[in-house]
Design a binder for this molecule. Sequence first.
Ligand SMILES: Cc1cc2nc3c(=O)[nH]c(=O)nc-3n(C[C@H](O)[C@H](O)[C@H](O)COP(=O)(O)OP(=O)(O)OC[C@H]3O[C@@H](n4cnc5c(N)ncnc54)[C@H](O)[C@@H]3O)c2cc1C
Length: 481
Amino acid sequence: MKAATLHASLTRRHFLQAAALGAVAGPPTGRAAEALLTGVPGGKSFAEPARTLPLVNDADVIVCGAGPAGIAAAITAARAGARTRLFEVHGCLGGVWTAGLLTYIFDFNKPGLAREITRRLDERAARRSQNPDRFVYEPEEMKVLVEEMCAAAGVKFQLHTRVAAAFREGSRLSTIVTESKAGREAWSAPVFIDATGDGDLGAQAGCGWDVGQAKDCPCQPLTMNALAVVRDAKALAEFTSFNGTDAFTGPGGHLTCVEAFKRELKRAGVETSYGHPTLFPVRENLVMLMLNHEYGIKPWDAAAITEATVRARAEVFRVMRALRQLGGRWEGVQIAATAEQIGIRDGRRIHGRYTMGRQDLITGARHADAVARVTFGVDIHADSRTRNDVETISHGDLKMRPYDIPLRALIAKGVDGLLMAGRCISGDFISHASYRVTGNAVAMGEAAGVVAALAAKSGRPPHAVGWSEGTAKLTQMGQRG
Ligand SMILES: Cc1cc2nc3c(=O)[nH]c(=O)nc-3n(C[C@H](O)[C@H](O)[C@H](O)COP(=O)(O)OP(=O)(O)OC[C@H]3O[C@@H](n4cnc5c(N)ncnc54)[C@H](O)[C@@H]3O)c2cc1C
């Protein structure tokens, strides 16, 4: 029996047990509660009583997770005519762009939404470069922009709401359960998109998945980003990457700035856990700091993520205090914000109808159902402090050629009615280390959104929708230019 079906039948059994105890319609009270709590022998597990939940069935497409992939999927599905709901656990839309304080976008020179977001950021003077492919942006402006775009498209989005469970009818994903201050609520739809980054929905629905280099990780490290107010960012130009040039090497290039910043940190008497400590130029008086690596953390281990978050935040403050004590151009520097969500690079990669692999990168794979062409190389951050001291970032020991992501890598294998977009699509460790950056996440979200809308509106599963239909619809919507 598959996981989700098993879960459903177990839940039914618990429901009947609970009903017999009179506990279905609300929280158990008095003797019923006592009976339930003492009913589990050994005290090592708790048989949660089933409850009857309110069920909402008003959407054609439900998108779970509102990072770059999720907002792109929801906006596109809604613009394509689908009644679209979007659920996000944090208090803002944008995922790593906003709650993660990323501030730097890679691989963005693509048609459609990427170009539109670039233009809209420029209209707000919230982008720091003329380069359409990679640039610094202001995270607070991004928050407002994506809210406005979702609202204008007619997306019904709900913040502070976690997708907690998924249920299938046969092989078709039919219903999800969310948890929020409103309690547990059930939502059904013909098509769902997993844009949770960590593949929560695919795993809940019973899909197979991989993570990191092997089932039990090791995974890429986590990183806590932070914004710092400075008196004059120009005075820090020598340490600030992507400040007038997007080059990685050479005078003024990223790695030159990193080396200069490391010398400055040494002068301040501190060392960072990330071997490439980086300053990004956000505004005249605002920089983003990427200083930290947290090793050996599994992306579903909430206790370990909590410890990593506390450790990382302390490191960011320790480094800032040390720099401030240098005085001069560091005088008055202070943390303005640390990320609400520590950045998680590696999550579950849900098995799809095609699995991207290192060979795709070596051959520069081309596909008839290509939804995006990846130009960003392999970026593997060290998985331990020891490794970080030898080689902070490696590139997979291969020469990458720009390659395609096929629509099939976005369609779940074995579970119907489920698409993936962003970090959690189907791929191996090496290809994920390349396609995961946010330009590709947006392109994937767009593709998943339009295919989901076409599938839902025509009563077909996503795998029955040809990508030529998807591109035709995007062209009609003006999302190909
Ligand atoms: C430290 C760090 C640095 C990076 N540097 C860059 C860079 O410079 N440039 C670049 O382009 N990319 C960079 N990346 C990669 C890139 O940011 C991610 O791979 C990208 O965020 C993928 O987008 P996504 O939408 O798939 O995932 P995410 O941005 O992670 O979004 C997932 C969203 O789903 C929500 N969510 C998760 N689970 C649930 C649930 N159960 N219920 C409801 N909501 C849920 C999350 O809160 C989040 O908002 C970096 C990543 C990290 C971590």
